[in-house]
Design a protein around this ligand. Sequence first.
Ligand SMILES: [Zn+2]
Ligand SMILES: [Zn+2]
Ligand SMILES: [Zn+2]
Length: 972
Amino acid sequence: MLNVKCMNETLELKKTVNLPQTNFSQKANLGQSEPARLKKWTDAKLYERIREARKGAEKFILHDGPPYANSDIHLGTALNKILKDFVVKSRTMMGFDSPFVPGYDCHGLPIETYVEKKLAEKGKNKTDLPVSTFRRLCREHASNAMDGQTRDFSRLGVFGEWENPYLTMSNEYEAETARLFGKFLERGYVYKGLRPVYWCIHDQTALAEAEVEYKMHTSPSIYVKFPLKDDAAKIDENLADKRVSLVIWTTTPWTIPANLGITVHPDFEYAAVEHEDEVLIIASELLAFVAVKCGIGGVNKEGERQLPRVLAKFKGSRLDGLKAKHPWIDRDSLVMTGEHVTLGGEADAETELDVADARNRSETGKAGTGLVHTAPGHGHDDFLIGKEHGLEIYCPVNNAGEFTSDVEHFAGENIFQANPRIVDLLRERGAMLFDEKYEHRYPHCWRCKNPVIFRATPQWFISMDKEAQTEEKISLRANALEEVAETKWHPSWGETRMANMLKGRPDWCVSRQRAWGVPIPVFYCTDCDEPVASPEIVNRIADIFQKETADAWYNREARDLLPDNFKCEKCGSANFTKETDILDVWFDSGSSCVAVLETRDNLQFPADVYFEGGDQFRGWFNSSLMCGLAAHDRAPYKQVVTYGWVVDGEGKQMHKSGGNAISPNEVVQKSGAEIIRLWASAMDITEDVRCSDEILQRVTDAYRKFRNTLRYALGNLEGFSPETDKVSFAEMLEIDRWALASLDEAIGKVVNGYETYNFQAVYQTVYNLVTVTLSARYFDIIKDRLYIFAPKSVERCSAQTALYEIADKLSRLLAPILAFTADEAWENLPQQKVESVHLAEFPRVSGADNSQLLADWERIFAIRDEVLKRLEEARSEKKIGSSLEAKVILTTAKETTRFLIPYYEDLRYIFIVSQVEVHEGDALAVEIQKADGAKCERCWNYSLQVGASEKYPTVCERCFEALKEIDQTAVA
Ligand SMILES: [Zn+2]
Ligand SMILES: [Zn+2]
Ligand SMILES: [Zn+2]
């Protein structure tokens, strides 16, 4: 009978304990809950409602650099969009109107190549189709790839106009791209010049790298002397009055007539060596190899080969600017320095550029002389360095592969047939050191299978240094450098990097011999070849593009594009042909600052910020800057933020084939988009951004901590009404005020982190708040008060007031990063008025000076740490079970004892023990004893008063008071 009564009483008592309750579950189930929340957002038109809510507010525009619409998203593109989403969401919560219009880069070679491959699978060829049909197939492919990316990006919780992204292939955009070309024309920046491209002399056409095949080919390999024209004493005193020659190596003797220079590496060591009655210059590291091959140095009496005597050694930079003589043509060959010079070693021949330069290198590993024969009209590197040094892009070879009349001895001759005759001539002139047959991989035409050549052809350029035909007369380069200094760069080294890149960049070659892009809207007079490149005509064409897409260029005849009765200014002819080249895709994406920012009502030029990976210094930051300058004389951005590459856990590049790539879609399915989002905030993005399963596991653990913190706060707010139950700050218990002061401090750091794009600071601040301040300290301590005190007691309401502030403010601070979870927490806050956290604003710092409060509590927690340590020892010594079985005897120095006086009553709760005694002594000492009295059945604290009440004989005096209040409430 007695047992039964006790049991009943226990049950009753348990009901009087305020246990937490919330719908915010412990298990997140993000894989399922996220799609449901996305649907909810879509159904509620949340993005549109945010726009509505911020209408009229100051704008903050992050302009999206368009990813290429060719493949699925990968971790790099996912990170890119998530970081941008952090910016957009956080600026929105700062009160800005921050719309986000995502974009896609839709034109270009990878899509063409893909479509060509698909055609080949069906046994078809690109050239069998009309250009317009081919372009339609490209458009379809880009459109499909784009839809897939849109689905995946929005699944990540990225807000934006996903229904209406900007596409570089849309008719409006193509029209704007053409108009922008007109702007460049208007300023007089555009010119037509020569540039080397692959050329098939059989088909007489330029080829793109995708149109050449690599096959073995036998070429003459020759080592040729170029006599130094300058006084060799300029290199080294030892060489004064000597006959000095520079030794080059090449496998294309036919390019020797076009030689205008010799390039050495500025940092390699070169040697001047004796050979018969002259001196030869060769890279030191290749000296032995070349000496053996060419028989330099001779043979000793025993018949052994001797290395030649070295007269001087010096860095390549010593040769910079000297002049050599062409072996037979009366012309100088300028010595230049270039980083592209190698000491042999074979190019991988993976790309056009590698192969183009392979003619100056060797297949076998070691070859060449470290001095590169440079013919700017016949090689890519040659072209670049030639341009840099103001050399002519000289190409004395016609469409059919014959030398022009310019070339003495060989005019009209086929270049390949001329090869042996050039070797003979070099030998005759005493310029030939050595020649042999040489087998190597060489590019061939994919159609006719003949070897191709590299040959300068006319291309469209945008000049970096021409003065604009405007009042300011400023060049693009000078204007760009001014604007770079005006822009704010994050990290700040971005400014130097961008400035250096601009200082070194050559003129921008904007023409491509491709089909999938915006055609260069220029005509040629059929009769006199005069180009028609005027802004007026370009704008007219752009208007047509706007109605019909740029396909109009291919669907219409020249006369249907030009104004009626249009005549050639030069010869009066009415016959014109259309330019067949398209614009560089970087011109396309660069145009977005005008084509998007100025055509969308809710955006504006310039953007507040561009936010892209570090590879965009050469890419989009650059092309967009050029386009911004052409349109408005200013940079299209006020700030530029860059971040590092995504790499694996060891810092290695991620590769699908390498097995170390992490697919964002797989992580989303398995763990949730929140985990990728939280990862993006947890990493230092100013360096390479690492990711691995292990790292994601750590992030998942952190996620759980964040979630549990929100859950604790929400769970203990059951029945709390912020309107009626809130306790004013002044009336709150001191530790509750301390918790809010800590939160206040965190708010300042978090908002500053968002403002400075330092999301890692946001993460770390919240992580510390959650794990140290809240979980390890505050929540532990207030648990007793929340559970045991009467529901509406001031003690409990004080703690709940703090918890309400914590849940409310933490949800808002986390919303840009944990977009799903913060919104879920927000929904579970009592009496929520705004339906989504994403419509709310960031909390503001109170501005109150809480430094004394925070310092006092740091001091208390330092003592607490000592007490907890001793309690842990007592537990392991089996002196006590739970800490509530303990009584703490604290001895402290006089000053500390005084400091603790106001906290004396609270110390048992702070230490989570039943009793605390404080004694004055020499230094801090902690003694643990068994608590006095009996265990209260309700709160499990020990008290001498248990049994004092007749009504509740098993509870302590504190519980008795609480129960009295609960009884009264029940009666009322
Ligand atoms: Zn061919
Ligand atoms: Zn004409
Ligand atoms: Zn009790």
